[in-house]
Design a protein around this ligand. Sequence first.
Ligand code: AMP
Length: 806
Amino acid sequence: MDSNAGISARSVAGMGWLWMVCFFHLVTSLEEILLDTTGETSEIGWTTHPSNGWDEVSVLDDKKRLIRTFDVCNVAEPGQNNWLRTHFIERRGAHRVHVRLRFSVRDCASMHIVASSCKETFTLYYHQSEADLASQELPEWREGPWTKVDTIAADESFSQVDSTGKVVKMNVKVRSFGPLTKHGFYLAFQDSGACMSLVAVQVFFYKCPAVVKGFASFPETFAGGERTSLVESPGICVPNAEETSTTGSSGIRLHCNGEGEWMVAIGRCVCKAGYQPIDDERVCQACPLGFFKVSVGHDPCLPCPAHSHAPLPGSRECVCQNRYYRSPMDNSDAPCTGIPSAPRDLSYEIVGSNVLLTWRLPKDLGGRKDIFFNVICKVCPAGSSGPCVRCGDRVQFEPRQVGLTESRVQVSNLLARVHYTFEIQAVNLVTELSPEAPHYATINVSTSQTVPSAVPMMHQVSRTTSSITLSWPQPDQPNGIILDYQLRYFDKAEDEDNSFILTSETNMATISNLSPGKIYAFQVRARTAVGYGAYSGKMYFQTLMGGERSDMVQDRLPLIVGSALGGLAFLVIAAISTLAIIFKSKRQETPYTDRLQQYISARGLGVKYYIDPSTYEDPNEAIREFAKEIDVSFIKIEEVIGSGEFGQVCFGRLKHPGKREYTVAIKTLKSGYTDEQWREFLSEASIMGQFEHPNVIHLEGVVTKNRPVMIVTEFMENGSLDSFLRQKEGQFSVLQLVGMLRGIAAGMRYLSDMNYVHRDLAARNILVNSNLVCKVSDFGLSRFLEDDASNPTYTGALLLTESIKD
Ligand code: AMP
């Protein structure tokens, strides 16, 4: 077989690993004619042997055209061997040739004279040769040098000729042979005794025409040498097409079969990105302007997505228009998108000390679904003087400051009285690509917008028949620098509308020009730069009756100074008294009073203040608030140890159920008391009940639901200091005495911190327990009604200091 004969159909079919597409009769085959006697009118001149065998004759065909035929009809003589040989036929690259014969054969039976040697067949041979070397003798007229193609029988023999002698039944037969390898060949027709006419001989071969298929072009290819041959032909992708990689093999191939038909395509080409298929897979056409094709394949070009354009033909993707972008996460065929507009309806809410910022989604999301928010916090100087600066790390953002997916953020750790500006930026995945700054919404939040809270309470410092001096702590939440306080007061008996206003720059004020013995209602409120806070609740204070002694501390100051009670206790009382005087002077010495206010304010933080029970309209309310009612059955009175102003003082025991028993002192209110006496007696308990200090006598409780009314305090085994010192004179070390003094000073300091002015510190009002702990007692109000003549108290106090001197 010829080496160019190609692969057989069977071997192609065995390439199971190839991606194959079979095209049977893909393209009509082409016949290339090597020889054709049809239509010959002049002598053809083929060689015959022997000379009385074949004969070239001219006849008219059925259309009355002159044709040349080769006839033989030696049927009467047996042993016929008549050869007719063609000219040398050049192969012209053919591997296999086909011979189409038109002939007629006379029916032997119709010829009565014919011997049994009559045939109705003839034999076709071929002989290959590199050159036209044949002669009358050579190749020899036998099968050896000639290769038999086939014995050809007539399908249609005929028995008669018409009146014109014309053949009435024509046969057409095609025979093929190959592979051919030499330059050319001869054909020979051997007659063995037939009566026939060879009307036309055509010699041709098949070739597969040049073709463009599947975006690949294949050259013209000659059919193979065998009937089953498949001649492989390599293809080349058409312009702007590329070999698809899905074949798993390299090379595009088509196969030309023995009939000149293309079949069995291996591999294929597809249009490149930017090019679309047209013309039945023959051409890859560039995408027109405004269209794109992103990938290699058979898809058509598509119009550019939103906000993009294709300025050149053959675009594999569309370029984003100005100010539109694709994020790295977007596909190249995705629409181009922009940055979002600013968040809408940004608002804030102050929740405790935090600020809650909320907003709505931007109107324009830039054509994207992803949207995030960043918070920028700035501190801006008040009155737009100077640039804003970024908030420090201290400020906290919940859930986070950057990349918020929700439309809210809580900001905490903000400073008070600061102007903040918050910017909420809207960003998306293309914000980074845009030279444009993100759009944002701004809001100003001032943490100084809050007015001060209400003043929690007021208490009376002193009073006269025409004035009351009140003080108060600063509000729990000043929310700024307090500029001043406004005091509102009115006569309780009169209409509230007839109130008076007084402004104080400190947290103390003296209200003058009041009427004696009248109850007034007071309210106070603080003012900062933001405005006034709420008024405190109403509190009632009464001026002294005409003829009553002044409650003012400084009135008693000379007495105290003049007393012999020295040391720390004296210093404490002197300091408190001095403070009281300074307060009353109402900012005559501003720097000093400023300091004073700070001192009081600082102490005021978180510290309880003493409340004057006389400011309660109903004294029972005060006693209920400050003293615990004790069930009388828990008390056991054992002996009388002294006598007080309102009745006996007893020693006893207090035992609450399930608790330890205490020794207690029990002051009783003698029977036949007046309302006034009852009120004054219990007021001491209301005062004492507000104190809790190791050097201040401790109130256990009161008995008001049974008679006699009682005040129950801790029991001080050594009684009052003055009598104790007298009894034990000379028995104490200086250390012990100083320790006692320090205890008294601590108690007084505590009372002073509570804003309570004792006003009657004396040795007789100090009680001593078994451990020599001194405790301040006697918080009765009635003592001021008594004469303030020198009494043993001061003598006792003197004894103490004298003892120390010793
Ligand atoms: P008073 O009415 O507070 O002056 O008390 C009268 C006297 O009773 C005092 O001088 C003390 O001797 C005595 N006394 C008062 N309270 C107590 C107490 N808690 N413990 C011991 N003795 C007390």
